[in-house]
Design a protein around this ligand. Structure first.
Ligand code: SF4
Length: 386
């Protein structure tokens, strides 16, 4: 029963307004900006009781979501949803480890429910691609295969999908990848994180560098786009590990990857993670729970610190935008050009430009002594064909 008779409110809003205090573990910010919390209880809603997250799709940003399908050469109108919570792994830097410490680590709706959600949403919205935003969608092989097959049977391949996976789970599905592609799989975001074995061990990734290369190659061979989660820098790092990261990118054929994010990522020190606990013990301090320390200031090794500072301050900050703009301008020109010679020239130029962050970081790692500006950005400018 509800006291609120405002006709403009949905039943759910009325319910929330009147009964929010009764919901355990709820946190919200009121219209005046005040933060509220309800009472705490060790409880997790079982996956069988989850509601279809696609049915109240209010975010304008998400309604304008697209996926570029290189395989079919089209832009697909998309939706995004999460079908599982948590992760069975326990990477030392990951906040999921802290979030799930009191409950089951990984829980998910079954494949039939998931497909039913999509069918229900498809009656309301038009979309041709689904972004599965789960932290680790490939955890259960049978669930992935059942989902993919059911989706394909219902939509005949008109709806494609992308998801995330860690290396071990992806490799267990390696032989099934051709079938998954036929049924609509287009991209897998891989939690690779590093190409250095000591860095992988520090992160508790429980894989080898070779496993990482095999997983990326398996996607490439099957024409599945790779999303790369990668932590190039961390506070406890040696220069050798940066070089190993770069060598890995070379050996796994990722030097022409579209995005540059992986060249600049530094490990975040999230509350409740083993990495943060270790650091606190080592430094003899306790970070405030709501503070995210500046990872850059925590780099211990002087040489790594110099490399990182030079890379970020003399390359990324002043020049990365120009580099990305130059690549976009070339792509635009390629799409408009009718001259095979110009297309070839610009395509090669873009490969050269895409290698730039790699070359700069590699160069910084080879240098000894003062690391100052080693690059001017002149190389980004397009020189017309003579
Ligand atoms: S695999 Fe990904 S989601 Fe799972 S613990 Fe590691 S970083 Fe977190």
């Amino acid at each position: 029963p509800t006291k609120n008779t405002n006709k403009n409110l949905t039943p759910k809003q009325i319910f929330i307004d009147n009964h929010l205090q009764d919901i355990p573990n709820a946190v919200w910010i009121s219209a005046t900006g005040k933060t509220y919390e309800t009472y705490k209880q060790k409880i997790q809603l079982p996956a069988t009781e989850w509601e279809n997250p696609l049915l109240e799709y209010c975010s304008e940003r998400l309604q304008n979501l697209y996926f570029t399908d290189r395989r079919d050469g089209k832009k697909r109108r998309s939706i995004a949803l999460t079908s599982s919570r948590g992760c069975p792994l326990a990477c030392s830097f990951c906040a999921i480890v802290a979030a799930d410490k009191d409950g089951p680590k990984w829980r998910a709706v079954d494949a039939t429910t998931l497909v039913n959600w999509i069918v229900e949403a498809h009656k309301q919205y038009s979309f041709e691609h689904i972004y599965m935003m789960d932290a680790n969608f490939f955890v259960r092989k049978d669930r992935v295969l059942e989902f993919s097959e059911k989706l394909y049977k219902l939509f005949g391949g008109e709806i494609t999908w992308s998801s995330s996976s860690t290396v071990g789970y992806l490799l267990k599905l390696r032989t099934e990848l051709p079938k998954l592609v036929t049924q609509g799989l287009r991209l897998v975001e891989m939690g690779i994180e590093s190409g250095s074995q000591t860095q992988l061990d520090y992160m508790n990734k429980r894989v080898t560098v070779k496993n990482n290369i095999d997983a990326i190659r398996a996607l490439q061979i099957n024409g599945i786009d790779v999303g790369l989660d990668f932590i190039m820098f961390y506070h406890d790092q040696q220069k050798r590990e940066i070089i190993e990261n770069l060598s890995f990118l070379l050996n796994s054929g990722m030097t022409e990857h579209e995005s540059f994010d992986h060249y600049f990522n530094i490990m975040m020190i999230y509350p409740g993670t083993p990495v943060r606990d270790n650091l606190e013990r080592k430094m003899g301090i306790k970070f405030n729970l709501i503070d995210l320390p500046n990872s850059r200031q925590l780099i211990e090794n002087q040489e790594v610190k110099e490399i990182y500072d030079a890379y970020i301050d003399y390359f990324a900050k002043p020049l990365l935008n120009s580099l990305e703009n130059a690549i976009s301008i070339n792509i635009e020109k390629i799409s408009q050009s009718t001259s095979p010679r110009e297309i070839a020239h610009l395509s090669l130029l873009n490969i050269y430009l895409r290698h730039m962050p790699f070359k700069i970081l590699w160069g910084l790692c080879q240098r000894t002594g003062e690391r100052t500006v080693i690059f001017t950005g002149k190389e980004f400018q397009h020189t017309p064909l003579s």
